[in-house]
Design a protein around this ligand. Structure first.
Ligand SMILES: Nc1ncnc2c1ncn2[C@@H]1O[C@H](COP(=O)(O)OP(=O)(O)OP(=O)(O)O)[C@@H](O)[C@H]1O
Ligand SMILES: [Mg+2]
Length: 487
């Protein structure tokens, strides 16, 4: 009969089959074994085929049920399809048809299994990432439509309880001195002017900044990205309060050390003339001890008085230089044309350079924007750098070139003064900016410290490196805008 016929064609395709004759037997079998496929005739001698189908599906939802039906019961076959049967085959059927349906069903099941597996894998990986982000030691939050839509544990710890809405005009937890900087960045990233920003700021972890509460330092990196199909800002944040405290301590230590060196410098400068004065005084004392004064003695006394005067003038000039250094005029900041200051300084030194056989090259950037500064002081800085280079190259038998370059980069103007001298030994690079540090026997060691002071007053930096001729290259950075906040 039909079952035997089916078993026969299926065995030939290496399917393992079991035949049962009635609904009850089918149910018993299904209870024991989870079949891949059940071929079920709807008209059974004992139970309605439909009920058997429901039972199979309940017992083992993964089993595929294919209904075999005569023309008369097509309606009920369709009903079973709705209840989860995979397909139905009408009697009489062809061998090819049944094999094809079974193959399709198995393939379908395999695909479903695969999909389920990848769904599980995806869920697991999502879970893993969520755990990673949630337990990260970096504060992470996502801002979308000016609202915080996600923040991890560390972020909640750093910023405390914050309003979820992140309007540019609120952000009241920021230190007033840093607020405008952060808001400027935030607006920039909202408007698409910046893609990423990196900044540090002070804040207090409460909804409103309170100086008396604990003020903290945060380092923040923010970038735009697509979150759930919409533009958002990913913010990474770190509590760097401790680092800032240490930085401050190191700075104080540095200052103390440098103060110590300054004191040593002053002591050294004053000791020589002082030793001179002392020995002159002894000689005077000797002369006074004599009973009578000869004209020679008087001459000698006069000479000694003159020498004491010179030595004391020297001491006075040291003191004057110290005072000049500690009280330089505050720069009168106006919009200036940097290249003009550079050209002026070059012009002033050109006579000396020519005399010493030093070639000066310039490469001044075209159309540089104006920057805030004191033209006179900047000129003084450049003169100092040119003088230093001139001095060191005159002492040594080296190629003699000085090159002055200016250019614009990242909202800052840069000036480089490079020379072809011997360069600054690496171990001295820190010290050359110290007041009174000099390697010249007649130098006072004030030039570079004054330059550094002036540039710092402009909100800029000055550093030393190697030039293309392996000499020294001093590099000055001047911000275009007046720097916001103390940095
Ligand atoms: N272009 C340079 N190449 C190599 N060394 C330099 C250069 N410029 C400065 N230095 C080193 O840095 C030291 C400090 O320079 P700084 O201008 O402060 O003082 P100084 O030139 O020695 O004295 P002053 O400028 O007060 O007369 C110099 O003594 C020198 O050792
Ligand atoms: Mg100098």
């Amino acid at each position: 009969d039909i079952c035997k016929y089916l078993k026969d064609i299926l065995s030939r395709k290496h399917y393992k089959t079991t035949i049962v004759d009635c609904g009850r037997e089918a149910i018993e079998n299904v209870n024991q074994t989870a079949y891949d496929i059940v071929l079920l005739d709807l008209s059974l001698p004992d139970i309605e085929g439909y009920k058997v189908m429901v039972h199979i599906k309940q017992k083992n939802p993964e089993s595929i049920v294919i209904i075999i039906t005569g023309f008369a019961s097509i309606d009920s076959a369709i009903k079973t399809l709705r209840k989860g049967a995979y397909d139905y085959i009408r009697k009489p059927f062809e061998r090819q048809k049944i094999l094809k349906t079974i193959e399709n069903a198995l393939e379908n099941k395999r695909l479903r299994n695969d999909r389920k597996k990848s769904e599980v894998a995806l869920r697991e990986s999502e879970e893993r990432f969520r755990n990673l982000v949630e337990n990260s030691l970096i504060g992470i939050c996502i801002i979308q439509d000016k609202k915080i839509v996600y923040k991890n544990r560390e972020q909640r710890k750093i910023l405390g309880k914050l309003p979820d809405s992140f309007e540019t005009n609120s952000l009241e937890f920021l230190h007033p001195d840093d607020a405008s900087k952060v808001k400027h960045f935030y607006k920039g990233i909202l408007s698409g002017k910046f893609q990423t920003i990196e900044t540090d700021f002070r804040f207090s972890p409460s909804s409103k900044f309170k100086e008396q509460v604990d003020v903290k330092w945060g380092q923040c990196h923010a970038s735009t990205f697509n979150y759930l199909g919409k533009e958002a800002i990913l913010v990474n944040m770190m509590d760097i309060t401790r680092a800032k405290e240490l930085e401050y301590l190191v700075m104080i230590k540095h200052k103390m050390a440098s103060l110590g060196r300054v004191a040593a410098g002053i002591a050294h400068e004053i000791r020589n003339p002082l030793t001179g004065i002392n020995s002159y005084l002894y000689t005077l004392e000797d002369i006074c001890d004599e009973d009578t004064f000869s004209t020679e003695d008087i001459e000698m006394t006069k000479r000694i008085a003159g020498q004491i005067q010179t030595a004391s003038n020297k001491i006075e000039s040291v003191i004057k230089r110290v005072l000049d250094f500690s009280r330089p005029g505050t720069p009168k900041m106006v919009k200036i044309n940097l290249n003009q200051s550079l050209s002026e300084a070059i012009k002033l030194s050109s006579a000396t350079l020519r005399k010493k056989g030093i070639k000066i090259k310039t490469s001044l950037g075209d159309n540089l924007p104006e920057c805030y500064g004191d033209a006179h002081l900047i000129e003084q800085v450049i003169l100092n750098l040119i003088n230093n280079a001139t001095q060191i190259m005159s002492e040594k038998d080296v190629k003699k070139i000085i090159k002055v370059t200016s250019y614009l980069e990242n909202q800052s103007l840069f000036v480089r003064v490079a020379d072809s001298g011997p360069g600054v030994p690496v171990k001295l690079t820190e010290r050359i900016f110290d007041p009174f540090f000099t390697t010249h026997h007649d130098g006072s060691g004030i030039g570079l410290s004054l330059a550094q002071r002036i540039i710092a007053d402009h909100g800029g930096t000055i550093t030393v490196g190697r030039s293309e001729w392996d000499g020294a290259e001093f590099s000055i950075e001047l911000p275009l805008e007046k720097r916001i906040g103390p940095r």
